[in-house]
Write a protein that binds this ligand. Structure first.
Ligand code: GRF
Length: 224
């Protein structure tokens, strides 16, 4: 059965687009019940509307505090029928009440190889630090920012002299491969937790550990 998802975004929504594209291509088994944005000018809203996916804009500035805002989101998401929350450039911390409402069912993508470079400047911090391998991480969300159990990571080699914007773009390209893949594993019910270690049930699908010049682990499977 398709994974019923709500995508939360605050901005451009290129990861949302990757999800929409893989869904349209017939390889990602999701039912996108809602795209919810906290900013009126989020381009993610237009991307969803363009393909007839339901959208809702709830500006967080309309609410007196984080708790009341998250309660409004919980209600809207529950009404949509979604039970899995996909954070795709959603730039606000979630309350405990929100995480409890969708316990173990909130996932995020971060533009660095966690646990290094958590926080809002992940890719820029990695570039500034001078790492030779940058990358991205898809993980379950817990109460601590950029901390929950890791599902998949891509290592993106940093080219000498590369500026931060170019590196960010290459990390973004890797994100667009690994996020839909992680969602498909969830849809196939192949992810389980042992402590904070995510186990992936095996399949006999053909695998690809490289995407461009990145190393991806666990390997991408056919279609991703
Ligand atoms: C991505 O870099 C993601 O890792 C981070 O926010 C950014 C969102 O980009 N969490 P986009 O809106 O999907 O283009």
């Amino acid at each position: 059965m398709a994974l019923k998802i709500a995508v939360l975004a605050s901005g451009n929504g290129s990861n949302l687009q990757a999800i929409l594209d893989k869904h349209a291509a017939g390889v990602l088994d999701v039912d996108i019940r809602l795209v919810l944005c906290n900013k009126r000018n989020a381009y993610a809203l237009e991307r969803a509307e363009a393909v007839g996916v339901p959208t809702l804009c709830l500006p967080h500035t309309d609410y007196p505090d984080r708790e009341s805002f998250d309660q409004a989101m919980i209600k809207a998401i529950q009404e949509s029928g979604a039970d899995t929350i996909v954070l795709a450039g959603y730039m606000r911390l979630l309350t405990s009440a929100f995480l409890q409402a969708f316990a173990g069912k909130v996932i995020n993508i971060h533009p660095a190889i966690l646990p290094a470079f958590a926080g809002v400047r992940g890719a820029a911090d990695a570039h500034e630090y001078g790492v030779k391998l940058a990358g991205c991480t898809v993980h379950f969300v817990d109460e601590i920012m950029d901390h929950g159990p890791v599902i998949i990571q891509a290592a993106v080699p940093v080219n000498p002299e590369e500026d931060v914007e170019t590196l960010k773009q290459r990390i973004h390209s890797a994100e667009h491969r690994v996020y839909p893949q992680a969602l498909q594993w969830l849809a196939e019910n192949r992810l389980s937790l042992e402590g904070r270690v995510v186990r992936l049930a095996s399949s006999d699908k053909p695998k690809l550990a490289a995407a461009g010049n990145c190393l991806v682990w666990p390997p991408l499977e056919e279609g991703f």
